[in-house]
Structures are given as structure tokens and as C-alpha cells.
Write a protein that binds this ligand. Structure first.
Ligand code: LR7
Ligand code: MN
Length: 520
């Protein structure tokens, strides 16, 4: 395969590189002194005249005759590996920043960062393109080092060839290995503990940093207890086309505790007085790309080392930052691309569901108080999953005197899918203080007399999603139609509907109070 051929070339030329090292060192120590503009103008860097595959972030088209091979190769990493291998490791990318970001000035005493990249069986081309994009698009004065943490990969080219390749780069790049497959959380902990920069910046192993990505992140970190994420642009898993992400979305989550993007609400636009170049306060981070002050990372308890492989750590650190007095932001002037995949290419030893449920239970049990029940009712069987020992994480919450989850919902994430106030949480639905019958982001909705009732996206405008519960008659009255929720509109139908409130036998609903609401 191409990759292996390439690695052999890498080995064969490593001697030459040793000699080249001296030259490169000289060349780049020269270049450190260049101003940014000049560096950008160098051939092979942004703005340089290049027309190879994928240059300028353009999509790569695979010729017809290679389509079969392409499909085969796709399975290896769950992205178009053939396309990735055709693209230069230092391809140019468009400057996708808002105009107002391009001329911002940053203090010249910014803290230096270590960049920590963990990987398991990552492709050579995506991993090294990540590394090159960091080196090529960061002022070297701000880059302490890059730490690559190999989470027990099983690919030969990620062993010595990788070590030899990175040795010739103009920024110190360390390769460290996990002794056994540990998952991204413990791999990041190892990388963080071995790194030395004042700031730690985490990246996934298939990212590309764009021009000016680092300075606004570091500038923001100077604010106490602020953890910052770039806008995560999309690198197509099919074509490797680079597509700018929006500054109008931020991070949330649903009842299943999946991270999700949602539109930035009006209140957050208002707080920034409509200036889209100012950082957005985000309830959660996606997880893979963020910068944090090293001391603050320690102070708030790094990560939960009891979490395995993948998942849960992103919401866990998000809740923890907010509940324990920090701030989490998306810095809209910083853009980093990430290859979004539709499936995971690697194994989850012990089972995907098992691992993700375990991680999610750990975060729900430690941080979500009674609101963990929203997760539990929507994920049948999850309460049977063993989540191990959480005493040290609960003790951390105690020690840091972190605020309750209700505070987070009220103050940080009022537009959450989890209702801050609710009367009842039953087997299937919640009855919220807004008088919606709701599961996740769906609400029971009736648009005409005698039904039918449907689950539609909650619109929060009451109207046809407004239900009044009568705790004496035990009826749920659809206010607009003045009809009652009915178990069967025809005697033989099992589909709930609404009917005039006279068929009491079919119209009684027991709402179970899992948690009694506070006084409304
Ligand atoms: O066992 C593992 N060991 C690892 O070292 C499993 C993974 N990894 C590495 C992997 O090689 C990669 O570099 O960990 C990194 C993240 O794994 P991905 O790329 O498979 O994860 P993802 O991009 O699908 O998932 C997102 O959510 C994860 C939850 O645990 C992590 O927080 C990822 O970092 C995160 N990625 C992003 O935030 C990028 C934007 C995606 C979105 C939304
Ligand atoms: Mn990823």
C-alpha cells in the first residue's frame, strides 16, 4: 500500500534528514524572526501558489478507476484515506475568519502552549497533517512543544517511522506510548502530565489549524478560569474539503447525554451586543479541541481517569468547569478543522454501549443531581451498568464547592432540553413546568379536534403543546382544543388521541413524581 511505500521512503531518507536537520534549524530560527505576513507568503504556506489535490481546502475527486480501491481504504479509518494521502501534509487552507477577526491585535506576552494529540491507529497523513498545520500556522514563540500520545496503536508506521519523521521538525515533537489501550481520556492525562507549557491545547489526531487559530485562544486564557475552544470547521470525510463552521452554533446535549450543536440563543447574542467576533459562552464543549491553563486544569481536577476509551468526558469537563466557577467559551476568531466521521474505525474493548454508558453514568452520578433521571428514563437498561467507584470525583465536587446542576441549567443553559422545572418524570415523558408533555426535544402536540396526538419538536410557545393536568380527575387537558388525552379514540386502537373529556375511563393519567418541583 502507498502508506507503507511511503514509510520506507521515510526510513531511507532519514539519514539525509539528519543532515538536513542542521539546515532546517538554521532556516527556521531565521524564520522565527520573520513577521507573520512574510511567513505566510512562503511557498507551500497559505497564500502560496499551489494547485495540488486539496489545496486551498478544495475537495479531492477520486478518478472512476480508483473508486473500488477508495471504498476499501475508506474502511481503515472511516474516512477517505485515499483522498487524504493525495493531499500535501502542509496543504494551504482558506482564511475563513470573520472580517472583524483578521485585524485583531493580541498582547505580545501570551502564555506558551503545549499541544497534546492522542491517537489510536490514526492514519499517517491525517496525523502528520495535524502536526504540520500546528507548526505552520502558530507563532513559534507561542509553541512549547507537541506531544503525541500513542494509545497502543497496532500500526508499524506509527512506531519508529513516526519518531524519526517528527525528529526533523522545527518544533520539539515528543512521541509517548501508552503501555496498553487506555482510551482517549487517560491518554490525554498522560500527555498533559508530560507536557510543560503554561497552557495545554488538546487536538484530535485528524485536525487542521487555520491561520491565526492560536493567538485568540491564548489571549482569552489570560482571563482567569476560562477554558476555550475554537470553532470546529468540517473537513469532509469523503473529499477532505474544508468547510467553515458557523459562529452561530454552540454546544449543548440531549437527554441521552449526546453532545449536540444548537443555535446560539438570542440572550448570548445580546450579551455580546451583536459582536460575533467576541467569544460565545457555551454550555458544553465537543471535547476534542480546547485550550486550558495548566494550573487551572489541575485545580479543577483534570479528567475522570475512571472513564474508558471514548465518550462522556466532554460533558463531564463542561459541567465541572461551569458548576465549579469557571467559564467555557468558543472563541469565534479561532478556526480549526476536524474530520467528522459517521462511524468509529476502532474497537471498544468491552463493548461500545457498555463503555459509553459507564462513562455517562459516572458523569450523571457526580454532576447532575436529580436531573440524572432524565438520562435514566430515556436510556433503558443503563441503570444496570456498573460505573465503578466515584468517591474521589464526588469528593472533588465537595472540595471545590461546586454549584448544583439546577444552577447550571438556570444560569448557563436555560435553553436546555432538560427542563429546569418539572412536575413529573415518568416512564416515558416528563410533565414540565411549561406544561409540556415532553421527552428530550419532542413535545406532545395536537393540531386538530379529536387528534391525532404527535411528538413534534418543542416550540415553547405553549399553543398546541400546552397541557393542563387535573390532579383530582387525573386528566390531561389539551388547552387549545379543551379535549382530554385519551388512551384510545376507538375502543380497539392503542394510539393515544384527544377526545371530549367525558370518557373518563380512558382519560386518567397517573403522573409519577420522581422529584417534586420547587415552588413555582
Ligand atoms: O481508545 C481511543 N484512544 C484514542 O487515543 C479512542 C480514541 N483515541 C483518539 C483518536 O485517535 C482521536 O484522535 O482520541 C481522539 C478522539 O477520538 P475520535 O476522533 O474517534 O472522536 P470523535 O471526534 O468522534 O469525538 C468527539 O467526542 C469524543 C468523546 O470522547 C472526544 O471528546 C473527541 O475528542 C471529540 N472530537 C471532537 O470534539 C471534534 C469535533 C467532533 C464533534 C462534535
Ligand atoms: Mn475526532
Amino acid at each position: 500500500m502507498r502508506r507503507f511505500a511511503y514509510c520506507k521512503v521515510v526510513l531511507a531518507t532519514s539519514l539525509v534528514w539528519v543532515m538536513l536537520d542542521m539546515f532546517i534549524l538554521l532556516y527556521f530560527s531565521e524564520c522565527n524572526k520573520c513577521d507573520d505576513k512574510k511567513e505566510r507568503g512562503l511557498p507551500g504556506r497559505d497564500g502560496g501558489p499551489r494547485d495540488g489535490p486539496g489545496e486551498g481546502g478544495k475537495p479531492v475527486v477520486i478518478p472512476k478507476e480508483n473508486q473500488e480501491k477508495m471504498k476499501e481504504m475508506f474502511k481503515i479509518n472511516q474516512f477517505n484515506l485515499m483522498a487524504s494521502e493525495m493531499i500535501a501534509l502542509n496543504r494551504t487552507l482558506p482564511d475563513v475568519r470573520l472580517e472583524g477577526c483578521k485585524n485583531k491585535l493580541y498582547p505580545d506576552n501570551l502564555p506558551r502552549t503545549s499541544v497534546v494529540i492522542v491517537f489510536h491507529n490514526e492514519a499517517w497523513s491525517t496525523l502528520l497533517r495535524t502536526v504540520h498545520s500546528v507548526i505552520d500556522r502558530s507563532p513559534h514563540t507561542l509553541l512549547e512543544e507537541i506531544v503525541l500520545v500513542d494509545d497502543a496503536s497496532e500500526r508499524d508506521f506509527l512506531k519508529r517511522p513516526l519518531e524519526q519523521y517528527v525528529r526533523r521538525l522545527e518544533i520539539p515533537v515528543r512521541v509517548v506510548r501508552m503501555e496498553q489501550r487506555s482510551g482517549l481520556i487517560r491518554a490525554r492525562l498522560k500527555g498533559a502530565s508530560l507536557s510543560t507549557g503554561q497552557v495545554i491545547t488538546f487536538l484530535d489526531a485528524h485536525c487542521e489549524c487555520t491561520i491565526g487559530w492560536l493567538e485568540p485562544l491564548l489571549a482569552r486564557i489570560k482571563q482567569d478560569k476560562t477554558v476555550v475552544c475554537p470553532i470546529i470547521d468540517v473537513i469532509s470525510d469523503d473529499t477532505f474539503e474544508y468547510m467553515a463552521g458557523s459562529d452561530m452554533t454552540y454546544g449543548g446535549f440531549n437527554w441521552k447525554l449526546n453532545f449536540r450543536w444548537y443555535p446560539v440563543p438570542q440572550r448570548e447574542m445580546d450579551r455580546r451586543k451583536g459582536d460575533r467576533t467576541l467569544p460565545v459562552r457555551t454550555p458544553t464543549m465537543a471535547g476534542g479541541l480546547f485550550s486550558i491553563d495548566r494550573d487551572y486544569f489541575q485545580e479543577i481536577g483534570t479528567y475522570d481517569a475512571g472513564m474508558d476509551i471514548w465518550g462522556g468526558e466532554n460533558l463531564e469537563i463542561s459541567f465541572r468547569i461551569w458548576q465549579c466557577g469557571g467559564t467555557l467559551e468558543i472563541v469565534t476568531c479561532s478556526h480549526v478543522g476536524h474530520v467528522f466521521r459517521k462511524a468509529t474505525p476502532y474497537t471498544f474493548p468491552g463493548g461500545t454501549g457498555q463503555i459509553i454508558n459507564k462513562n455517562n453514568r459516572r458523569l450523571a452520578e457526580v454532576w447532575m443531581d436529580e436531573f440524572k433521571n432524565f438520562f435514566y428514563i430515556i436510556s433503558p437498561g443503563v441503570t444496570k451498568v456498573d460505573y465503578g467507584d466515584i468517591t474521589s470525583r464526588s469528593a472533588l465536587r465537595q472540595k471545590l464547592q461546586c454549584k448544583p446542576f439546577s444552577w447550571y441549567l438556570e444560569n448557563v443553559y436555560p435553553d436546555s432540553q432538560i427542563p429546569r422545572h418539572y412536575y413529573s418524570l415518568g416512564e416515558v415523558f416528563s410533565y414540565t413546568a411549561n406544561k409540556e408533555i415532553r421527552t428530550d426535544d419532542l413535545c406532545l402536540d395536537v393540531s386538530k379536534l379529536n387528534g391525532p396526538v404527535m411528538m413534534l419538536k418543542c416550540h415553547h410557545l405553549k399553543g398546541n403543546q400546552l397541557w393542563e393536568y387535573d390532579p383530582v380527575k387525573l386528566t390531561l387537558i389539551h388547552v387549545n382544543s379543551n379535549q382530554c388525552l385519551d388512551k384510545a379514540s376507538e375502543e380497539d386502537s392503542q394510539v393515544p388521541s384527544v377526545r371530549d373529556c367525558t370518557h373518563t375511563r380512558f382519560q386518567q393519567w397517573l403522573l409519577r413524581n420522581v422529584t417534586l418541583p420547587e415552588v413555582f
